[in-house]
Design a protein around this ligand. Structure first.
Ligand code: FES
Length: 442
């Protein structure tokens, strides 16, 4: 395991007018966490504090206003000198929000549909207030990207299109490119590597090795490229067979992609565990904590609790301890979690040991939840791939044969999207599915 040093090049941005120092290449979320800024916004209804959870753009916990644009994901935005970041959905500020009173007054829940329905005048006032409070963020300062016109779409066709630049996707793409197939890999993150980047046994060296191998074989990798949707009825060009994948290249331009073979390697989403107040800032996905350490060299907490069984929880526990943290491991079986403690940031975790009637509180400054990730199967499903519910594999996984072939013509899937595997097995699976895809051209 080698934990990287934080980048030495400094970048300065502002948080509500106050200067914050970050390191080049960090995302806004990582930079804020590293300097102790923990509450980013408030939830819509109860104005509960919101921080980070997944640090990979999937949970929506980190929405902030960046350079006048609302609802930007702080974990996806890479810091730039002069960037202006504001917390949103709070009054007067994210740190102290008077509207959070709703969370105390309606601790057992609030059904706003049945509140103040009469008399009529009071109801009208209530509707106005709700409209003011509802929604997330304020309108942008200017038309997005300074122009009211939509960017033009570029149409492209490749031999093989791989969606996801994690262990499985990179291995599949390398195999396809070595067989002389023009192969394009899309990845929504700003740096390819996927789950390698979160795992103490792999980290940056494994990610760089896989990326270099893929590029060396001739693979083209597009980072910060989000596959929006598969449109089965749309023609990429007039008269062409229908069906295309729409790809957002960071809001600036759009790609309409078609391919002779499609390989979905979209990975898996981090999940939370069920316990009271599990939405508190400071409850993070274990892989988010791993990514902060293994990609950015940032220790997310000095006294973390790692929650969960399995090899990843153990690997993260060891890595955090080696980096100087005082770690507590809670397996969730012999010791069950009751609740997170703390409001703006977790201060402890209430647990109940097997055979005991009374709970106890473990002090901590971070709860890293190592729950089984859930396959990210929506996009292949849109493309006609069947999914099956396999709770032991994380949830709805792509139904494919042993070669990764789905029931949809020319569509394959590999890695965690077929049921959670972890980086080592996902890489092997990706290479095997890549070979099957190569054979399918014959
Ligand atoms: S979307 Fe940013 S932390 Fe999950």
């Amino acid at each position: 395991m080698s934990v990287p040093e934080r980048n030495e090049r400094r970048v300065t941005f502002s948080l509500e007018g106050r200067e914050v120092e970050a390191r080049a290449g960090e995302t806004v979320a990582v930079a804020l966490l590293a300097c102790g800024e923990r509450v980013l916004s408030r939830s819509v209804k109860y104005h509960r504090p919101r921080g980070f959870f997944c640090l990979s753009g999937h949970c929506g916990a980190c929405l902030t206003r960046i350079d006048g644009k609302p609802n930007m994901k702080a974990c996806r935005a890479v810091v730039r000198d002069g960037m202006a970041v504001e917390r949103q959905n709070a009054f007067p500020s994210g740190g102290f929000d008077v509207l959070a009173a709703a969370d105390f007054f309606f601790a057992k829940g609030m059904d706003h549909h049945t509140m103040m329905t009469s008399p009529r005048a009071l109801n009208a006032v209530m509707q106005k207030v709700v409209r003011q409070l509802g929604g997330l963020g304020r309108m942008p300062d200017a038309p997005l990207d300074g122009t009211p016109e939509l960017p033009r779409a570029t149409v492209r066709h490749v031999d093989a299109l791989v969606i996801g630049a994690g262990p499985a996707g990179l291995a599949a793409a390398t195999t396809l490119a070595r067989a002389n197939k023009r192969t394009l890999v899309l990845d929504e993150q700003d740096r390819p590597g996927g789950s390698y980047l979160a795992h103490p046994a792999f980290g940056l060296p494994a990610a760089d090795r896989a990326v270099n191998e893929a590029r060396g074989a001739g693979v083209e990798i597009l980072s910060s490229a989000s596959a929006i949707s598969w449109y089965p009825e749309d023609e990429p060009r007039p008269g062409a067979p229908p069906g295309l994948l729409a790809v957002d290249l960071g809001g600036a331009s759009l790609l309409k992609l078609t391919a002779d073979r499609y390989v979905y390697a979209t990975g898996a989403y981090d999940q939370n565990a069920l316990f009271r107040d599990n939405d508190r800032p400071g409850v993070l996905a274990a892989r988010a904590v791993g990514r902060m350490l293994m990609r950015f060299g940032v220790l997310a907490g000095k006294r973390p609790v790692v929650l969960g069984g399995g090899p990843y929880a153990q690997a993260l526990t060891d890595a955090l301890a080696a980096a100087g943290a005082e770690v507590t491991r809670i397996d969730g079986v012999q010791t069950r979690v009751v609740a997170a403690k703390g409001y703006g940031w977790v201060k402890g975790i209430e647990v109940l040991d097997a055979g005991k009637k009374k709970s106890r509180t473990v002090k901590c400054d971070l709860i890293a939840v190592a729950a089984l990730p859930a396959p990210a199967s929506e996009l292949p499903r849109q493309h006609g791939v069947s999914v099956e519910l396999r709770p032991e594999a994380g949830g709805f996984a792509c139904a494919v044969d042993q070669d990764g072939r789905s029931a949809a013509p020319n569509v394959f899937a590999c890695g965690d999207v077929t049921g959670f595997l972890g980086p080592a097995e996902a890489e092997v699976h990706g290479a095997r599915v890549g070979q099957a895809a190569v054979r399918s051209y014959a």
